[in-house]
Design a protein around this ligand. Structure first.
Ligand code: OAD
Length: 246
């Protein structure tokens, strides 16, 4: 049996499937990843010189809110134009066919929901959410580009992106759902993530300790590759439709 055949067999037989996704699943929708340097993930020169750890932090925002907002405004524009790709669609099809499927995503682009998945936990939040740094008010705005940078709350306070930054905790309910999915699944699919950002990356050893089969889909070796049963070197948009076609 080839690795792919064995993976298909595990997926077909699993009573529940959990999926941990990262930026790589959305790369084929035209949204650049954070840590790849080539292909559809390549960043334009303006943003190439910044690492995510230099923009997606409370300290970066305190130092230069306009720079951080320009970066998010640019990403919001890309996300607004993006459509779910064959990888997202294959996961949505599986749920539509009645399989128990929980998606835990580090992505803030909302593409799993747009594809049609219902059991989705966005552990890093949503790029469309804004939160007031003064009164804590949260609201959804899909306006792009933003008319004012930095945007303001009706109270006059400055708004920040309503996403989870480095050094901040994942909201309790989202994390509880993520851990539960990892502990209870028969198979964990790890798709398009470098698996270097904690605590999302810890879901792989958590699922492994709980006895799940683990399948990775990625273009390259990652921090999780040595913890998984099979690591498939493939694009998510090609491998997911193929693996989930049963
Ligand atoms: P990364 O940019 O770190 O990793 C993307 C992964 O996707 C890499 O391992 C690529 O090899 C892989 N990849 C690229 N294209 C692919 C494709 N078509 N099919 C399959 N794999 C592909 O993204 P994340 O792991 O999601 O957090 O990064 C985690 C977190 O770091 C993000 O949620 C964000 C970021 O900073 C915050 O902003 C807090």
């Amino acid at each position: 049996m080839t690795p792919r055949e064995e993976c298909r067999c595990w997926l077909r037989g699993a009573s529940s499937i959990a999926v941990l996704t990262g930026a790589g699943i959305s790369a084929e929708s035209g949204i650049p990843t954070f840590r790849s340097s080539s292909g559809e993930s390549a960043l334009p020169p303006l943003w190439k010189k910044f690492r995510p750890e230099e923009l997606a932090t409370p300290a970066a925002f305190a130092r230069d809110p306009v720079l951080v907002w320009r970066w998010y405004d640019w990403r919001r524009g890309l996300v607004a134009r993006a459509k779910p790709n064959a990888g997202h669609v294959a996961l949505a099809e599986l749920e539509r066919r009645g399989r128990r499927l929980t998606i835990v995503t580090q992505n803030v682009d909302g593409l799993h929901g747009l594809a049609g998945n219902r059991d989705v936990h966005e552990i890093h939040g949503s790029i469309w959410m804004l939160r007031c740094t003064v009164c804590g008010n949260e609201w959804n705005s899909m306006e792009t580009p933003l008319p004012h940078i930095p945007p303001a709350c009706p109270c006059g306070g400055m708004a920040r992106p309503g996403v989870v930054w480095f050094g901040e905790g994942i909201p309790g309910p989202a994390w509880l759902a993520a851990e539960t999915a990892a502990v209870t699944c028969g198979v964990l699919l790890v798709v398009g993530t470098s698996a270097v950002v904690y605590p999302a990356s810890s879901l792989v050893p958590i699922a492994r300790s709980a006895g799940a089969r683990i399948i990775e889909i990625n273009l390259e070796d990652t921090a999780a590759s040595n913890l998984v049963d099979h690591s498939l070197r493939a694009r998510a948009g090609e491998a997911l439709p193929d693996l989930l076609d049963f």
